[in-house]
Design a protein around this ligand. Structure first.
Ligand code: CP
Length: 348
């Protein structure tokens, strides 16, 4: 299919990259995004964020509710000098009165980047197939890549003394969620040891395990799949996530009875991990379910740094995926258009 051109950015297909999953990116490319995050976070602290998204717009499609992803993308667009449009399924025709293809093509003619939080990965992948601007996965049933950029950055900010990212051991305690998969892929890509501690019944599918094992082969990382919570011992970071998500409500009872109490990240479990082990959670958390409020509020909890870094990540993602498509007009071109248009308006 011939890709339509975008009036906003006029991208060639070879210049177009989507952020559907971290697996599509090399460790060097992901590290570059982390470096950009560090620079933008400092710029934000200094109230001096460069206007890298000036005059640009991000269309944000949300099939599911969101606090962090919505607010961080919207704020990031504003900080960078651009604009964000919130599009819920009841506001647009996507999937009901208009096909995915037509929606992607129309949005590409008006905005510079599309971010979509969707029920099913095929929707964000379909948008990417037909869009002529970058498409970012803001969470799907399988993956949550923008969350994981914030997570890697937060780990980097809190590295134990004399350790680098590849030295870390990360234990994810609980269900095989979209955060589990994304974290499993990213941690193993960066050469870390990643432990998924989960009852057998809900463990990660073999397809995810194969991807992570392949990462380990060239990164030197390690993957541990176990149902034994004693495996948290010596971990640098313990991660929790909800035990069920949208679309899994009918499994709520069986999930809660399987995970609670053994897989709840409690103060006892954190003590098993060790005095220096940090606690992460992408939020929202169901405290007293997958983790205790005491753990969330403890000195070792870095969950609110993690949440703030969603904004750090989104600034970098908007800049990384659109900056090279900027065309800066000369002062003469700007003046010529201004004179012509204002001359016309003055003549009316
Ligand atoms: N962690 C996360 O994606 O949060 P929201 O659902 O609030 O966006």
């Amino acid at each position: 299919m011939k890709l339509p051109s975008s009036s906003a950015t006029e991208l060639n297909k070879q210049d177009l990259r989507h952020f559907l999953k971290t697996q599509d990116f090399t460790k060097k490319e992901l590290s570059d995004i982390l470096k950009l995050m560090a620079m933008l976070k400092q710029a934000r602290k200094d109230n001096a964020v460069p206007q890298l998204f000036k005059g640009k717009s991000v269309a944000m499609i949300f099939e599911q509710p969101s606090t962090r992803t919505r607010v961080s993308f919207e704020t990031a667009a504003t900080l960078l000098g651009g604009h964000a449009l919130f599009l819920s399924p009841k506001d647009i025709h996507l999937g009901a009165k208009e096909s995915l293809e037509d929606t992607a093509r129309v949005l590409s003619r008006m905005v510079d980047i599309i971010m979509a939080r969707v029920d099913d990965h095929s929707t964000v992948a379909g948008l990417a197939q037909y869009a002529s601007v970058p498409v970012v996965n803001g969470l799907c049933d399988w993956l949550h890549p923008t969350q994981i950029m914030a997570d890697l950055f937060t780990m980097q900010e809190h590295l134990p003394e004399n350790k680098k990212l590849s030295d870390l051991t990360v234990a994810f305690v609980g269900d095989a969620t979209n955060v589990t998969s994304s974290l499993m892929f990213a941690c193993t890509k960066f050469g870390m040891t990643f432990k998924h501690i989960c009852p057998d019944r809900f463990k990660a599918p073999q397809e995810w395990i194969n991807i992570a094992l392949e990462n380990c082969e060239y990164s030197g990382g390690e993957l541990v799949i176990t149902d034994d919570t004693a495996q948290v011992e010596g971990c640098d970071i313990v991660v929790a996530d909800s035990f069920y998500w949208f679309g899994q409500e009918d499994e709520k009872e069986i999930r809660l009875s399987t995970f609670i109490p053994d897989y709840v990240v409690s103060e006892d479990l954190m003590a098993k991990a060790g005095a220096d082990a940090m606690f992460m959670h992408c939020l929202p958390a169901n405290d007293q379910r997958e983790c205790s409020r005491e753990v969330m509020e403890s000195a070792n909890s870095i969950i609110f740094d993690e949440a703030e870094n969603r904004l750090t990540a989104q600034m970098a993602i908007l800049a990384y995926f659109t900056y090279k498509h900027n065309t800066v007009p000369s002062a003469e071109t700007v003046a010529a258009h201004k004179n012509k248009i204002e001359g016309f308006l003055n003549s009316l």
